[in-house]
Ligand binder design. Sequence first.
Ligand SMILES: Nc1ncnc2c1ncn2[C@@H]1O[C@H](COP(=O)(O)OP(=O)(O)OP(=O)(O)O)[C@@H](O)[C@H]1O
Length: 341
Amino acid sequence: MITVENLKKEYKLVKRDPGLKGAIKSLFNRKYETKHAVKGINFTIDQGETVGYIGANGAGKSTTIKMLTGILTPTSGKVTVNGLVPYENRQKNAVNIGAVFGQRTQLFWDIPVRESYNLLKHIYEIPENEYQETVEMFTEVLNLEPLLSIPVRQLSLGQKMRCELAAAFLHRPKVVYLDEPTIGLDIAVKVKIRKFIKEMNQRWGTTVLLTTHDMQDIEEICDRIIIIDGGTILYDGGLEQIKKQFGQQRVIHFELADKEKFVLPESLICQADVLHNEEETKVSLAFDHETVKSSFVISEMMSMYEIGDLNIADPKIETIVEELYNKQEQGGEHGKVLANS
Ligand SMILES: Nc1ncnc2c1ncn2[C@@H]1O[C@H](COP(=O)(O)OP(=O)(O)OP(=O)(O)O)[C@@H](O)[C@H]1O
């Protein structure tokens, strides 16, 4: 479905000395520097996969997506989507793809949302009955009814994003690129949007490539993640595998029945770390669950304190990714393993 082979993108930047003198000098004697935004990446994505494409700011995510949509031409390497080279077949490629680019809109600013959808129906040549059926379904799932008669410019960010998503999936494309679809939204809208994406993926087998800084998006939507850093892929694999490989840390949150000063039981001193907690009656302990059993931590705590409640948390993907970045920066073992994987 999507194949990327040794894909590179370099940007040529004009190098300018500071100040007015520098600006004038650069008019007559231009010097350039090259920014290697994507440095020879490889991956394939099959039809129906939900892939999280994650990395720090400036890692190369948007540049990759722009090459997949055909907006940018790669400096070198190969990319095909549904058998088409996107930048050579922009129009044909557009029929098969949908996209949401966080802050930008593909809807028409001054006309009601329903009219924008109508225009998209004509652009994508969607058969009338299919269009009606799709709009009806989206209206229900995303609760669009009160928004359809309003011009986009009058919608709130969350309302606009729900309308954008519907527009991206309207022609039932084979693949949808979502660049930060939940940025700046409240939790209720995020939940709605995640549910919608998952449902469309299951109903139509839509391939989803999602970039986000919100790890909850990844956990709830994606089965696979690709981590990019400095234009190079650090990790490509299952979400569960990376959790198993790097997320040995487990956290248990305890709610103490009494307000008393907490002291870590002696038997846990070298086994667990106390995490910061605002409330006096709440204590969280982190430990390596490969070497320390949860039952041991719980029984040691119960022998010293009366426990009102407790909850065992799974390793969070954001902690793992942070760990990965740090290890890569330090040139550590895992960094090397991942760079080779
Ligand atoms: N048009 C451009 N001209 C020059 N350099 C660019 C251009 N677009 C991006 N870059 C540079 O390429 C690198 C990768 O940028 P890109 O936008 O792909 O990152 P990103 O991973 O999407 O980041 P973010 O999470 O901040 O959106 C960055 O160093 C950026 O400054």
